[in-house]
Design a protein around this ligand. Structure first.
Ligand SMILES: CC(C)(COP(=O)(O)OP(=O)(O)OC[C@H]1O[C@@H](n2cnc3c(N)ncnc32)[C@H](O)[C@@H]1OP(=O)(O)O)[C@@H](O)C(=O)NCCC(=O)NCCS
Length: 163
């Protein structure tokens, strides 16, 4: 086994294009129990309220380190998905994306950010709790495999939270 330490590429967040979706759906198929298909991601492009952002390396702008999908719908901004590809986890990329999404919520005058997350998904629940989200509902058998969800919410009060 190699002891090489992964060098983190310099990276930036930008709106996704259709050209990103092969790589995004490939990552998605590896990390989620019920992954979205490429067609699901394509479908988001026709919804005016839906945003897909990708975090890519600055050198080629094609390597996808992470991505997120959210719906900005007036007072509510709903996060549907935040994924950091396995080699890049634990370096603050999800936190960076979440901070940018909060900033977008403030820009669009959202009053709260909401999301559903699998009860067993401790890294994601930890990420959202650390950002100040509270569990506001328990959704029994919410997912297709019967798993329960936490519905979580973050109230925005006009300033970017430091988390
Ligand atoms: C959840 C996920 C996005 C976190 O990405 P990440 O880049 O590793 O997270 P970060 O390094 O930005 O960590 C931010 C905070 O999240 C929490 N967190 C991250 N990984 C965690 C873990 N394994 N266990 C508990 N908390 C964790 C911590 O509070 C962390 O803050 P800290 O490092 O200051 O303690 C990543 O694990 C992932 O892609 N999981 C698969 C996809 C998924 O389930 N997405 C959520 C669906 S909505």
């Amino acid at each position: 086994m190699s002891d090489a330490i992964l060098e983190l590429p310099k990276s930036s967040l930008r709106p996704a294009t259709l050209d990103d979706l092969d790589a995004v759906s490939e990552i998605e198929s590896r990390v989620h129990l019920a992954p979205w298909t490429k067609a699901n991601f394509e479908g988001e492009f026709s919804k005016p309220y839906s945003k897909t952002w990708v975090l890519t390396d600055d050198e080629t702008d094609t390597k996808i380190l992470a991505y997120c999908v959210f719906w900005a719908m007036g007072e509510s901004l709903e996060i549907l998905n935040i994924v950091v590809d396995l080699p890049y986890r634990g370096h603050g990329f999800a936190k960076l994306i979440l901070q940018s999404v909060v900033r977008e919520g403030l820009k669009t005058q959202a009053k709260h950010l909401i999301l559903d997350v699998r009860k067993s998904n401790l890294p994601a629940v930890g990420l959202y709790q650390r950002a100040g989200f509270a569990i506001t509902q328990y959704r029994k058998s919410f997912y297709s495999n019967g798993e329960d969800a936490y519905h979580m919410s973050l109230e925005l009060d006009g300033e970017l939270l430091d988390f």
